[in-house]
Design a protein around this ligand. Structure first.
Ligand code: HEC
Ligand code: HEC
Length: 330
């Protein structure tokens, strides 16, 4: 009997020490910093460059959908242009993620960031202090010219003081970071210096993959790490409503040109453009419809041509809007 108690005691001690080591490891490594190059890109004061940056930020790259207060969301969707003072917040098991103030205020905004640090955040997902940014911003492969346009626009805004709470990782979030399940993502290959803006499939491919994140949402991915597990653009990714509405969630549809299973396979170009101009139909849909409604005709045509050029993929997403009580399609 005595020896059994002794064994149990030792097991408890060893387990306790292991847990302590784990907690210490996660707490130290959870905030680890990364070496990523500071891209040699410099903001410009050229008004055409700034205008392109504003167009991207409120349109296809939809920075404004997250870097503005949540109570301004509807007005921004409808066309309001305001300084990007931050405010969007997402509370998920890995932590509370907060989109910061992107106006040039020195203390609470990006006033203290160098151009290189801003470009590095977009291209390498590394924070000003070197820590990893969680994968909310898939702009790693954006062209040099578009990154310059965006940082030039950010710098051109009126500085607004807006002292927001910072992102806080939970123990799970730190563990994900500590064990390297999420590490800052860099570009797949050297991003282009610039891209020709026209109605070509090439430009559509660039917008869908490197700017507007169509691929990121319309592909099945591992919810914990963001890794792609399904066929790109074949949809099937479950997501919460944004802003969160109790009991409402979505599944992204298949947008490949599969005749039976693709949601837009039978749409002609005019139908596609009209759908984007209409904006949001389902309240709470996470797709930034308002931002995309601002896209130019050239951009929409290019997107349409690119999506139609994809290989048709079978796999119908039966329901894209799920109300509580309905069983999600399996
Ligand atoms: C889906 C929402 C979303 C979109 C779209 C988005 N951001 Fe963010 N952004 C965030 C969140 C959330 C954080 C904080 C992430 C974290 O703390 O890990 C962030 C952080 C940042 C940072 C902070 C880096 C640092 O050092 O702290 C910069 C700069 C930034 N975003 C710029 C942009 C720009 C420019 C765009 C558009 C091209 C954009 N973001 C689009 C959600 C978004
Ligand atoms: C943040 C995630 C997200 C992004 C980014 C996104 N989508 Fe969606 N998309 C969804 C979800 C969820 C739905 C289903 C709900 C709805 O129709 O709003 C959807 C629906 C659609 C539909 C069907 C609309 C209808 O009327 O049935 C099309 C077409 C579409 N997306 C194309 C695109 C294209 C093209 C892009 C890039 C320019 C894109 N999406 C970017 C999440 C996203």
């Amino acid at each position: 009997m005595k020896s059994l108690i002794n064994i149990l005691k030792w097991i408890a001690i060893v387990a306790g020490v292991l847990i302590l080591l784990l907690v210490t490891f996660v707490n130290i490594r959870g905030n680890r910093t990364y070496d990523a190059p500071l891209p040699d890109l410099v903001a410009s004061q050229d008004s055409a460059v700034i205008a392109r940056g504003q167009y991207l930020a409120f349109g296809p790259a939809h920075c404004a959908s997250c870097h503005a207060p949540m109570d301004k969301f509807d007005e921004i969707e409808q066309g309001l242009v305001m300084p990007l003072i931050g405010g969007w917040e997402l509370n998920i098991p890995p932590g509370s993620f907060r989109a910061p103030n992107l106006t040039p205020d020195v203390e609470t905004g990006i006033g203290s960031f160098s151009d290189g640090q801003l470009a590095r955040a977009l291209r390498y997902s590394v924070r000003q202090n070197g820590e990893a940014l969680f994968p909310f911003m898939p702009f790693q492969n954006m062209s040099d010219a578009d990154v310059i346009a965006i940082i030039s626009f950010l710098r051109s805004q009126t500085p607004v003081r807006n002292d927001l709470k910072e992102t806080e990782l939970s123990f799970l979030g730190k563990a994900i970071s500590a064990f390297g399940l999420i590490t800052p993502e860099g570009p797949l290959s050297t991003p282009p210096k610039s891209v020709q803006i026209d109605t070509s499939i090439t430009y559509g491919e660039y917008v869908a993959n490197s700017v507007a994140n169509c691929r990121g949402c319309h592909s099945l991915r591992d919810l914990k790490t963001g890794a792609y597990t399904g066929v790109p653009f074949a949809g099937g990714m479950p997501m919460e409503s944004d802003p969160p509405i109790e009991g409402l969630s979505f599944i992204s549809p298949n947008i490949t040109p599969h005749l039976n299973d693709g949601i837009m396979a039978n749409w002609d170009e005019a139908t596609f453009i009209k759908r984007f101009r209409t904006g949001r139909i389902h309240k709470g849909s996470p797709m930034p419809w308002g931002a995309f409604a601002r896209m130019t005709e050239v951009e929409l045509k290019a997107l349409y041509r690119y999506l139609q050029s994809l290989e048709p993929m079978a796999g119908k997403v039966e329901k894209t809007v799920i109300h509580q009580g309905e069983a999600p399609p399996s």
